[in-house]
Design a protein around this ligand. Structure first.
Ligand code: BGP
Length: 479
């Protein structure tokens, strides 16, 4: 296994899914704090007020805000080189449009990053991971409003200056490419959906909703480009990456129409954002896409100038699964799917395909297209785990990660510049899509259920010890 010296092994989390303490020490509600629990068959509701008769899982997470010292010690015991986490925007600017930042919020993350570095763990920090301050959504309509570009740039500049020397690797928006569909409208762009729930992929979006969605995404692309330029002024050594949900689409059949459909899916899901953030301009086919879909975006010359100057230093992405594409629209499944199930692949208990070779394929696709360093910042298996006498025997998770790490090694031998891997996730946290704790991804088990009950005691799973060996051997010992 040929991982380079200094390969960044680690684990990942998201603040809104792990911290809890949703309204402590000056923090106000983020958009995810208004989202109830759900499950694979029931979407998560978005309530305008926090209502007693609903449960809000992100108010609890796995209580990392309280237990972070113990958690960082456990990550160091595994040998993490980096910890990919996020700063909760609403902990720093509680309303999003505040004149001054919340000092208690700044202090918390200063303690957090300092402790990480004491254990030789380098933070990789996402600036916003589904945690826009609720006020920016309610008062301004989220990123559909260009004013929010300024609020985000002010927030990003504040934290880059505050943590200069402690944080050298930043990611701007988590899975920004989800902003091309209804799921991202709310969780990424902060646009409150008329349906009132987190709608994964609404094929019946109105023209007005589509226009708002792509205007918001444009504003976020501009915000990200501005932040990249500011980062390099603050600290020339600072590296800023984009963060995408890596989608691999295969044609369902060898029909030319399906081959073409897969090309179109790769374009809108992956390349619409990646081209803009890596090449500094929208892809050539965007104009036709906007025209065919009646999408009108307000784009200024200055913004195009920002896009061209603010290209990212590296590409980070999540990889969980692959899907199929077909020109037969009736085959497209509704709900949590963003494609058509691949009949050749097994799936997880939540219906996500298991496709390690797809990771090698996607790494080669992205590197061939952009030739920028790549970092996988999410990859893991959501599964039901059972705690027995203090142990969790999760051989299925070890198998999943082993096969994906082998695929990464093959991609490196293909010549891909892969700089790191942070598995999803370091510790059991609340699922983004369903709000469940029982959809467990962690290498550390947390004694908590879907309704916030439990001791929140931490237990090392078998995968904790296995991953410790993988890191110690720099990817050579996978057994
Ligand atoms: C990604 C998010 C993560 C994480 C992951 C797993 O989209 O960036 O926050 O949640 O998906 O998805 P889920 O938690 O819905 O199983």
């Amino acid at each position: 296994m040929s991982f380079p010296k200094g390969f960044l092994w680690g684990g990942a989390v998201a603040a809104t899914q792990c911290e809890g303490a949703w309204n402590e020490d000056g923090k106000k509600a983020s958009i995810m704090d208004h989202v109830t629990n759900g499950d694979i068959n029931h979407p998560r509701l978005i309530t305008k007020e926090i209502e007693d008769n609903y449960f809000y899982p992100n108010h609890y997470g796995c209580k990392e805000y309280k237990f972070y010292e113990e958690d960082i010690k456990l990550y160091a015991e595994m040998g993490f080189k980096t910890y990919r986490m996020s700063i909760n925007w609403s902990r720093i600017f509680p309303n999003g449009d505040d004149e001054e930042p919340n000092q208690k919020g700044l202090d918390y993350y200063k303690r957090f990053f300092t402790l990480c570095r004491q254990y030789n763990i380098e933070p990789t920090v996402t600036m916003t991971h589904y945690d826009m301050p609720w006020n920016l959504s309610e008062k301004y309509g989220g990123f559909a409003n260009k004013k929010v570009i300024g609020f985000f740039v002010k927030y990003a500049t504040t934290i880059m200056k505050e943590y200069k020397g402690l944080v050298k690797r930043w990611l701007t928006f988590n899975e920004l490419n989800f902003a091309t569909v209804s799921y991202g409208e709310f969780v990424i762009s902060g646009i409150y959906p008329e349906c009132g729930y987190v709608n994964m992929d609404n094929p019946n979006s109105t023209l007005e909703e589509k226009n708002k969605r792509f205007q918001a995404l444009h504003n976020e692309l501009v915000a990200s480009a501005k932040v990249v330029q500011i980062a390099h002024e603050i600290d020339p050594e600072m590296q800023v990456g984009c963060m995408m949900c890596g989608f691999a689409y295969y044609p369902l059949t060898s029909k030319p129409e399906d081959i073409f459909a897969a090309q179109k899916d790769m374009e809108i899901w992956d390349y619409y954002c990646l081209d803009t953030m890596c090449k500094g301009k929208y892809p050539y086919w965007a104009k036709r896409f906007w025209k065919d879909n009646n999408i009108h975006i307000d784009i200024t010359e200055d913004e195009l100038n920002d896009l061209s100057k603010g290209t990212v230093d590296f590409i980070s992405f999540s990889y969980y699964r692959s899907d199929c594409s077909s020109n037969d629209a009736s085959l497209k499944q509704q709900g949590t799917d963003f494609g058509i199930r691949n009949p050749m692949l097994k799936t997880t208990e939540w219906g996500w395909s298991i496709d390690p070779l797809g990771l090698r394929w996607l790494l080669n696709e992205f590197y061939a297209r952009y030739e920028k360093p790549l970092m996988i910042v999410e990859n893991g298996l959501g599964a039901y785990d059972t705690l027995e006498n203090g142990y969790v025997h999760d051989a299925y998770r070890i198998e999943f990660m082993k096969n994906h790490i082998k695929a990464m090694s093959d991609a490196i031998d293909d010549g891909v510049d892969l700089i790191g891997y942070t598995c999803w996730c370091a510790i059991d946290i609340v699922s983004a899509g369903t709000g469940e704790m029982k959809k467990r991804y962690g290498l550390i088990y947390v004694d908590a259920d879907d309704l916030g009950n439990g001791s929140y005691k931490r237990y090392k799973k078998d995968s904790f010890y296995w991953y410790q060996k993988v890191i110690q051997s720099n990817g050579k010992d996978l057994d």
